[in-house]
Design a protein around this ligand. Sequence first.
Ligand SMILES: [Fe+2]
Length: 367
Amino acid sequence: MKIELNENKVYFNNGSLKKEIHPFWLRERVGGKEFLDKGTQQRLFDPTSLDNEICINKAKINENFLEIDFNDGVSSKIEIDKIAQEFSNEDTVIKPITKIKWDSTLKDIKNFRYQDNFFESKEMHDLLVSFYEYGFVVIKDIPTEDNFIVKFANSIGSVRRTNFGEYFDVKSKPNPNDLAYTSLALAPHTDNPYRNPVPCIQLLHCIVSEVSGGLSTLVDGYTVTEDLKNENPDFYKILSEVKVKFKFIDKDVVLEDWSELIKLNDDESLKQIRFSPRLDFVPILEKEKLDLYYRARKKLSEMYNSDKYKIEFKLEEKDLMMMDNYRLLHGRTAYKTSEGNRFLQGCYIDYDSTEGKLRHLKRKYNL
Ligand SMILES: [Fe+2]
């Protein structure tokens, strides 16, 4: 992209397109310590208070800078590279990471190992890229003392507290209020579909594992929904159009949220899956539509539960798994309490944590 000048007008030219840049757009971007705070790069002026009739008295290109005198008396040098970056208007960190679809044939899960200064390391950068590729990562050797999972979450970003607390203990206990707290198998599901917004990422940390069962299961909802789209487009369509209600009730709170089981972005790409068949309430629709909906949901459930898509592996003591709750489903196989204890701790973070950390590490290591 090139910046060109003609009679005090500034143009950008990307080879195929030449357009004038609005003078006000340039005036908003003036730099210098009078106008921009050096540390935060935040404006020290409010552009909405400027006169709309801003125009350029004089402009020239000086090497990598555009030097402009505006008619309100302000002069500034603007880096041409920065203008070019804004014109590409693209996320250069998260969006370019290509999601890798996987199913039960996924082998050689890449593990990471915790070490000193882990959260500021290049390894952390690679971990986050891998997380965005596969939707999960496993980190070994995470300290198990003092609910370290909360420190882990807060060192990537911020723990997402819910009404269950900052973190939760997963172990079988008498009179459980959720099947998670038994030794029964848990079918693949996403967590907390009744929240607005749903927690984006779940962390699960294995503290004690003395049992032979209790394997972790994961399913890539991205692979499954792409296959459904190709094989049963009518099913995919109705599941991405009909909103159902998800609900959680206890004595202190009533949580409800409506969503499609397959939620799409404006460009029709996958935004989020929700699947928790004990908690969803389908609205009353025309009988024919419901007929199609129920067949579609059954098919989706069969796919999510199929061995074709599921991976199973054992979380060893000190292993911490980080998984995308908008993309993956998780569950576990049954285990026998007579064999010993099984104790995991869990908590949530949101995408601002992983995105913020990844953008920071890219900047730090100039990647
Ligand atoms: Fe869960």
